[in-house]
Design a protein around this ligand. Structure first.
Ligand SMILES: C[S@@+](CC[C@H](N)C(=O)[O-])C[C@H]1O[C@@H](n2cnc3c(N)ncnc32)[C@H](O)[C@@H]1O
Length: 453
């Protein structure tokens, strides 16, 4: 069966939808009848077009196509990635996010509550999809996270069992569901963490799963007035596409076109966002102390013609990384709505949580227009290859794929709780028992035995 997508004139749409109960077993005759009736009343010159072509899908060979592809949203936060891929015509068919406040925001905006902890979700519970999105948590990879954990004498990165293994949850789902493509996001420091070893493990894992991997650090400042560098990894399934996918990252705009802070500021802002005298004095003293020691720590003031520093998830504490200068009086913090704008979220983004939670959520999010551009670039790279050259195949090198993954399957299957979205189709990848070499690899990179990795 082939599927054709058409936009339909509203009156025709209403007739087709509201009279569809009359179709019975003969949908063809019903559609022809409705069309004939409708055409009899249409004046060719005056009326808007009946149809507009949107896209097509050969269901015998599903492939992602702008306007017609599915995706899943892992570590979804408040759905920044989802917003971007939806604007490119994608349909989100599965979401995982465990934080209850993020779930609340997600539900207010997308009408559905995400599934929870990804480590408790088996691959069978995840539906087949075209593109996998994941902004897996960055704490073990960020400089702030590292210094905090090192000071507590704890290991970081892949050695941190609570967080570092979450990448392997992503890898597990990629291995088992074989999406045509994926987009992963993380902090810039991922590249240099542990002298580059962490990133090498991530890239090699994805490559050995049979994916062609591209990566780039992108600064959001040409999209929003914020210096925010994040690494994006884009991957394409070699088994599906059969030849290299010609993907390029979007080009940044020249600096004269960068938006400035003035474009995100609200006109009227409640007094409660203005810093108290005590806090403002403290921040000034803190900055002076560090300046005397020869470093540039401390608050940052912005005005309408500036680019802001990176909004962090800790912004709710004192807002010191981005303070808005005022003509009279102490500076103020950004409002949650201004943070939404600074992250490129549209005005209709609902903020149903406290200001503290909202700051955290925007500070953790992706800059939506950056991901929108990436989505468009991915789709245009994937489309030309979605034709006859792209026959989906069984994973040809099962041993290689399996050997680099830990035995998450066993772990997960013990914890399966059936959900409404359980998909019955079995994965084509056999879970064979070549985990030993993964253990060796993990032990090499950790210097420890890491069965739990
Ligand atoms: C960096 S944020 C991603 C933000 C997202 N890209 C956005 O635009 O809002 C990572 C998210 O992963 C979630 N998370 C962490 N561990 C998780 C787990 N085991 N299962 C599900 N979600 C998890 C966190 O609550 C956090 O919201």
């Amino acid at each position: 069966m082939k599927r054709l997508q058409l936009s339909v004139d509203e009156r025709l749409y209403n007739k087709l939808v509201f009279k569809s109960g009359e179709a019975g077993d003969l949908p063809q005759e019903f559609v022809i009848k409705v069309l004939e009736e409708h055409l009899a009343h249409v004046k060719a010159d005056d009326d808007p077009p009946l149809f507009r072509f949107v896209g097509s899908l050969d269901e015998s060979q599903p492939h992602p196509q702008q306007g017609n592809f599915t995706f899943i949203d892992l570590f979804a936060g408040i759905g920044g990635m989802r917003r971007a891929f939806e604007t490119q015509g994608g349909e989100c068919i599965f979401t995982s996010e465990w934080d209850k406040f993020a779930q609340q925001t997600y539900e207010a905006n997308f009408g559905e509550r995400p599934h929870g902890d990804i480590t408790s979700i088996s691959s069978e519970q995840v539906p087949e999809h075209d593109i996998l999105l994941a902004g897996f948590p960055c704490q073990p990879f960020s400089l702030a996270g590292i210094s905090k954990k090192q000071s507590l004498g704890r290991a970081t990165g892949f050695l941190d069992k609570a967080q570092g293994t979450l990448f392997f949850e992503v890898a597990r789902i990629i291995r088992d569901k074989r999406p045509r493509g994926f987009l992963l996001e993380n902090v810039k420091n991922l590249v240099s963490h542990d002298k580059g070893r962490t990133f090498t493990v991530i890239r090699e894992t994805l490559e050995k799963l049979g994916y062609q991997v591209y990566w780039q650090v992108i600064d959001a400042k040409s999209y929003v007035p914020q210096h925010r560098e994040r690494i994006f990894l884009v991957g394409f399934d070699r088994n599906y596409f059969q030849k290299d996918v010609d993907f390029s990252f979007p080009e940044p705009l020249t600096s004269d076109l960068w938006p400035k802070v003035g474009s995100i500021l609200e006109k009227r802002v409640d007094k409660k966002f203005t810093l108290s005298d005590k806090l403002w004095e403290y921040l000034q003293a803190y900055r002076a102390k560090h300046a005397a020691a020869g470093n540039g720590f401390g608050f940052s003031l912005v005005g309408p013609t500036d680019t802001a520093r990176t909004l962090s998830a800790r912004y709710y504490k004192d807002g010191s990384e981005i303070l808005v200068a005022r003509k009279r009086g102490n500076p103020r913090k950004l409002t949650p709505r201004e943070c939404a704008r600074l992250m490129g979220f549209p005005e209709e983004q609902k903020i149903p949580v406290s200001n503290t939670q909202a700051y955290r959520q925007f500070g953790n999010a992706v800059v939506v227009p950056v991901v929108t551009d990436l989505a468009a670039a991915m789709l245009s790279a994937m489309n030309p290859l979605g034709g006859e050259n792209s026959v989906p195949q069984e994973l040809s090198d099962e041993a290689t794929a399996a050997e680099i993954l830990p035995r998450l399957d066993k772990k997960s299957s013990q914890r399966i709780r059936p959900t409404k979205r359980t998909v019955k189709k079995k994965t084509t990848v056999k879970r064979n028992s070549v985990k030993k070499s993964f253990d060796k690899r993990a032990a090499r990179s950790s210097g420890k035995k890491s069965r739990q990795a």
